[in-house]
Write a protein that binds this ligand. Structure first.
Ligand code: SF4
Ligand code: SF4
Length: 283
């Protein structure tokens, strides 16, 4: 079963839920944790892995032979991202805008464009312990899109794992879609605030469009703000767990310690959470 943990925005507790769930489930099952938050992966801070393998992720960038170029402008015209421009003096490629789609090389009538590989990030893999296999994607600073890194990371999915947990990037853009693709369940982490609700609504729209079953975890739950409950009822996306605002949990988090490993009742809570997910996936 593949469970993807996501949140409409950063800082809502996605990492907390993904890592605690992975740790609790690994007590009796074979778990794989994939950190797809490639701009800021931090699951490894809570579940330190022994890294055994590092693989580069590359994309192909166009390189123009200015002597062969006749400045016809076809490459610039076909580029959807404004990443290539034709000047009187020659053709310029703006690497930071290029998505490596190869369209410019395809349309060039003089074969003046060749595609050369450029490293944009890496995927690191290893084990946390015998029952948690871990991989994380890392996007190099300044690269425009983490989609390729996430795609490479998801090639690591081990079909023999009982549960695969994907920690998605924040937001609802292309990298999140890539992280969600092929998931059996989306676990939406939110906070009981107007901002949290707004981002939750966007995340629900996305998973509904993708046809993925979903449930909500309310983090830093302090009651008094009932709109998440109303939204849950109206949208038929159940609230599966509430993590209260608790100074003890916050303190453990700040020390990089999983609260489920220190507070035994949370081991039971995360097991219950998984049971609810399993029932929904199998329904
Ligand atoms: S399509 Fe080829 S020949 Fe035309 S401007 Fe671009 S690089 Fe030059
Ligand atoms: S590879 Fe694609 S995105 Fe990059 S410059 Fe060429 S057409 Fe534009």
């Amino acid at each position: 079963m593949i469970i993807t943990v996501l949140s409409g925005k950063g800082g809502t507790g996605k990492t907390t839920v993904a890592t605690n769930l992975a740790w609790v489930l690994s007590q009796s099952r074979k778990v794989q944790l994939l950190d797809a938050d490639v701009e800021e992966p931090n699951d490894h801070l809570f579940l330190p892995p022994q890294i055994e393998e590092t693989e580069p992720v590359e994309m192909l960038l166009p390189q123009v032979d200015q002597k062969a170029c006749i400045k016809c402008g076809k490459c610039a015209k076909v580029c959807q991202f404004g990443a290539i421009s034709v000047f009187k003096t020659g053709v310029m490629v703006f690497d930071s805008l290029c998505h490596g789609c190869g369209a410019c090389a395809l349309v060039c009538p003089k074969n003046a464009i060749t595609e050369v590989p450029k490293a944009i990030g890496e995927v690191k893999s290893g084990k946390v312990h015998e029952r948690i296999n871990f991989s994380m994607g890392i996007l190099n600073i300044g690269e425009p899109s983490g989609v390729k890194v996430i795609r490479k990371l998801k090639e690591k999915i081990d079909p023999s794992a009982d549960i695969v947990i994907v920690d998605a990037p924040p937001g609802t853009s292309c990298p999140v879609v890539e992280a969600l693709r092929g998931s059996d369940f989306a676990l939406l982490v939110t906070e009981p605030t107007p901002f949290g609700l707004h981002d939750l609504q966007m995340a629900v729209e996305l998973v509904s469009e993708m046809g993925i079953k979903a449930g909500i975890v309310v983090n830093r739950d302090s009651r008094g703000y009932e709109s998440v409950e109303r939204f849950s009822e109206e949208s038929d996306i159940p609230i599966l767990m509430r993590i209260p605002y608790d100074p003890q949990i916050a303190e453990l988090y700040s020390r990089g310690i999983l609260f489920s490993s220190h507070l035994p009742q949370w081991k039971v809570e995360f097991e219950r959470l998984f049971e609810k997910i399993r029932e929904m996936v199998e329904a």
